[in-house]
Design a protein. Structure first.
Length: 578
């Protein structure tokens, strides 16, 4: 078990820290924290404990905390000093924020203006290094601790494995994007769903089934915490929703539940419903959720043991038949985004003079030239777009059938997954794994959905593959949404010209305020010559060739010299040093 350091302010979070200490001790871990020796901790002793711990847990309330008078030239709080030490020594970070803090104990309410100012600055440092996860009550705090400790231990194991020699040539190490969990189970946070969800985790995790599950405990009245949902879903191969007599709470929030189901289906390709009781089965909005399967588990729920009752056994068989991914332990996730117009936006670009008037001269010249070429060739370019942004067909239909952007990606991924002999570069990047596309919608970014926008930095940190329609960048709403997204230097990004040959050379498209002058595309393409940034692709062959080369590198999460270092390490592991 792990050495786990608990860091927090004392006056407002002493009870919660002791609760965590007792929980960790009971689970066999070795808890450590700054107030274990005295009420006035010595800085060096605390920092030594942080350096020696395996995992660092930070509890955040609304106080900045004690500033040790000795060994502290910057007059920082002991909590901030501990956090900085954990970051410097690359400890796995778990940051849990008190959702309903006692404001009467806060620095702001007690008039400590300097402490409140420094607390806000400290939180900005925390946000740059980790994701704050709020807890609602003690039960929620303990569950969040358990899940995050489990995830941190996985990262520690992967880190230790990465430093160990390979067992034999060809044996891969744990992959950073491994989809290691069979399913994320979403359930309401209440006295009915909590024990049933825990029982289902136990039942599906037993050896006879072998499905490791993760839980997302949702207080639906609080809205959707997209970052927390995404954090739980990122390692899962499928998703499920538990619906019981408590499901009446979803009634006023049925639209929110549909958004959650749609998000999970995009990521996993499959969402099952587990229904308990006639009351849940009769909910009028249930049919509109679009679940891939619904399973009644009344007999299973009526029992008290972990046995597989016939209804649960049938559900397992049906899921296995419908969604083969659920039992594939070698899948890795490839996050992707399609930046394109919808059909209605394409019609606006064609017909609305106000839209055209919003373009600058260089963008207007690009658009006018492109549309004139397409019309002269008899191409119904508006038909290349659909109701969803992913419906965009970069090069029109193929064999008289729609060939949208995600189909292009899937074809390349299928080619990689089914190759009989993998080239060395694929061996290094995939290590024997298969790829599963994990598409994220561009719509919430265009709509400036504040909650989803908070999610995107977390997603982009995994290194995302982005396909961009150059013609769509002439639409003001699409262009504005793409500008910030394409500023991320970790993206693997390709822009697609509307026809072959392109309307203008790539250098012209990057000049001044032209259509591709967005984010840092110019710097990456012309100056850094970044191979994961390709512009002005004008044919399906060139696009698919670039994807075939860039997808494996995108999955490493590395580029340039870092990839060369990874290659050297791999060759040493498998004994292929030459």
């Amino acid at each position: 078990m792990a050495k786990i350091y608990i860091s927090s302010t004392k006056v407002d979070l002493d009870e919660e820290r002791e609760l965590l200490r007792d929980k960790l001790f009971g689970d066999g871990h070795q808890p450590m924290h700054s107030y274990g020796r005295s009420l006035d901790p010595v800085v060096e002793l605390c920092l030594k404990d942080v350096r020696e711990c395996d995992i660092y847990v930070l509890l955040l309330g609304r106080r900045y905390g004690h500033r040790p008078p000795l060994d502290n030239p910057r007059k920082l709080s002991i909590t901030q000093l501990e956090f900085l030490e954990a970051v410097e020594h690359c400890k796995p970070l778990i940051v849990l924020e008190q959702g309903r803090p006692p404001m009467e104990l806060s620095d702001a309410d007690q008039g400590r203006d300097d402490d409140e100012r420094d607390r806000k600055a400290f939180w900005r440092e925390v946000d740059a290094k980790a994701t704050r996860v709020p807890w609602k009550d003690n039960a929620d705090l303990l569950e969040l601790l358990r899940r995050n400790i489990t995830e941190a231990e996985k990262r520690l194991l992967a880190r230790e494995s990465a430093g160990a020699p390979g067992l034999m040539p060809g044996i891969g190490l744990p992959h950073a994007r491994l989809l290691s969990d069979a399913m994320l189970l979403v359930h309401l946070a209440d006295a009915v769903d909590d024990p049933l969800a825990a029982r289902l985790v136990t039942a599906l995790g037993q050896r006879a089934v072998g499905w490791p599950l993760r839980l997302w405990r949702w207080n639906v009245e609080d809205g959707i915490d997209w970052r927390a949902l995404d954090q739980e879903l990122v390692s899962c191969r499928a998703a499920g929703v538990l619906l019981t007599s408590s499901a009446s709470r979803f009634g006023p929030q049925a639209a929110a539940l549909r958004r959650v189901v749609d998000f999970m289906r995009r990521q996993c390709g499959f969402v099952a419903g587990f229904v308990v009781g006639d009351e849940a089965a009769a909910m009028p909005w249930l049919a509109s959720l679009g679940l891939d399967q619904r399973h009644r588990l009344d007999d299973w729920a009526a029992g008290s043991s972990g046995a597989l009752t016939p209804d649960l056994a049938q559900a397992i068989r049906d899921i296995r038949l419908r969604h083969r991914d659920i039992e594939d332990p070698k899948l890795v996730g490839l996050q992707c985004v399609v930046v394109a117009m919808t059909r209605s936006e394409a019609e606006q670009l064609r017909d609305d003079p106000q839209i055209r008037a919003s373009l600058n001269d260089e963008q207007e010249r690009f658009l006018a030239g492109a549309l004139a070429h397409l019309q002269a060739a008899g191409v119904d370019w508006v038909a290349r777009y659909g109701e969803r942004r992913e419906d965009w067909q970069p090069f029109g239909p193929r064999d008289e059938l729609p060939f949208p952007a995600l189909a292009v990606l899937r074809e390349v991924v299928d080619d990689i997954n089914t190759q009989e002999v993998a080239p060395r570069r694929d061996q290094e990047a995939l290590r024997g794994h298969r790829i599963r596309l994990r598409p994220y919608a561009f719509d919430p970014i265009v709509a400036e959905d504040a909650r989803v926008l908070k999610l995107m930095p977390q997603v982009m940190a995994r290194r995302v593959l982005v396909l961009v329609d150059e013609l769509s960048l002439c639409h003001p709403r699409v262009r504005a949404a793409a500008a910030d997204t394409l500023a991320d230097p970790l993206l693997s990004v390709a822009t697609v010209a509307p026809f072959d040959p392109p309307a203008q050379p790539v250098e012209a498209a990057l000049r001044g305020n032209s259509v591709l002058q967005l984010g840092n595309l110019k710097t990456r393409f012309l100056q850094a010559m970044d191979p994961t940034c390709e512009l002005n692709l004008a044919s399906s062959a060139r696009l698919m060739r670039w994807l075939r080369l860039s997808i494996p590198e995108t999955l490493t999460g590395q580029a340039g010299n870092a990839l060369a270092d990874r290659r050297s390490s791999f060759q040493r592991e498998v004994g292929g040093g030459r």
